[in-house]
Design a protein around this ligand. Sequence first.
Ligand code: GLN
Length: 479
Amino acid sequence: MQLYELNLHEMIEGLKAKKFSADELLTSCQNRIDSLEKNLNALITRLDDKKISNPSGILAGVPTILKDNICTRDIKTTAASKILGEWKPPYDATVWKLLRDAGSVLIGKANLDEFAMGSSCTKSAYGATKNPHDISRVPGGSSGGSAAAVAAGYVPFSLGSDTGGSIRQPASLCGVYGFKPTYGMVSRYGLISYGSSLDQIGPFARTVRDLQIVMSVLAHHDEMDSSSFREKNYDFSYDESKLNLKGKKIALVKEFQSFNLEPSIANAMDKIKKILEDEGAEIIEVSLPVVSKYSLACYYALAMSEAHTNLERYDGVRYGYTVQDASGLKEMFERVRSYGFGPEVKYRIIAGTCLTEPSRCDEYYVAATKVRTLVAQEFARAFTQTDFILQPAASSKAPKINELDQIDELKSYEADLYTLPVNLAGLPGLSFFTGYDDDNLPVGLQLIGARWSDPEILNAGIVIENHTGSPKIANGGLN
Ligand code: GLN
């Protein structure tokens, strides 16, 4: 067994027991990247030549990768856009500060759909990332690079961001665990904003226990983020006495039952229901009529409206790409933004501008904020009847990259229906591995909980993982 194949908790134990050194571990991960990166294109920036001297902290000497919309001081941060050019942030995102203080070593910045807008990781100015289980397929997105990096064994854990599913959907398509925490549980300071009221940073890993370790480092109040929680401390420690689902209620959403699922996802639902029942949980049904009918329109109205204001700041003056020979400000803005943004980002800026334009704002943006309240209330009511909700994390298996053109643009938005209501209501959601389908592709599902039930969801995830087993590292196109 190679060192890169170890899971996070095994690496931590091995380093502590001095079975191997941090340098040996780093070399093993870097060799893995060397052999696969030309197949996968999971990284925008590689950070080599690290010498590790006496690391300390719970993640001491453990390599990691961050999605490239998370700011890292003096290290190029692109959001996969040409508009940021060679921009090097003057400060660190809080999440990176916390990981670094815990001893983790940054070895790369991961590819994404430009500004985190997309579900395929093909809409990047740096080219598409490939799914490590089948390099003719997408890894999902927008955090496709972070998911692929963990699935392929580059690192034992990575960070992504999730505005409408961008952690949970690629985790499911790449066969790893991905966790979107409750909105406010993890600081967004230093995350390049897409839809600020929806964005949330979270981890990918190859076991749920590893997610717990990363969450124990990340879940802290941050004064630099006004939406950061401050009520109490959350306990993410691994505790066998809490791995028990006896008497817990786990709900299926009534309205989603009539939707067509791919057989592999339907089979996974049946398999997991059986596991949960064997563990003594009760499977019930909850009705979410507003969530199922209006979330999609509500999400895109809000996400695009917020995106258009958030992306106003890229004007050629303050960040990255600029032109020197424009005849005036207007020409500079036009040239910078025309060249700098890709088509999907431009589309969303234009749509967001229309949705919030004064004569339409009440009808669209304001209406969407009201629907959002109804969505959150409906979930809150459901969580008085159930502990968790079980549903797919993605509506299909990973599409082939060369077939993406045939998927209607609106259909690709609809594919997020299972993930984005969670962001509207600020809930935590775990995307978990269930097994492999007939094509040897991983199949994931999602467990959703009430706000601040993050530790309980991860405990439930471990109970499931104890039955399904953890995923294998993907071969990334190597034979
Ligand atoms: N696919 C969704 C979108 O494009 C979600 C993206 C995300 O979570 N960042 O908006």
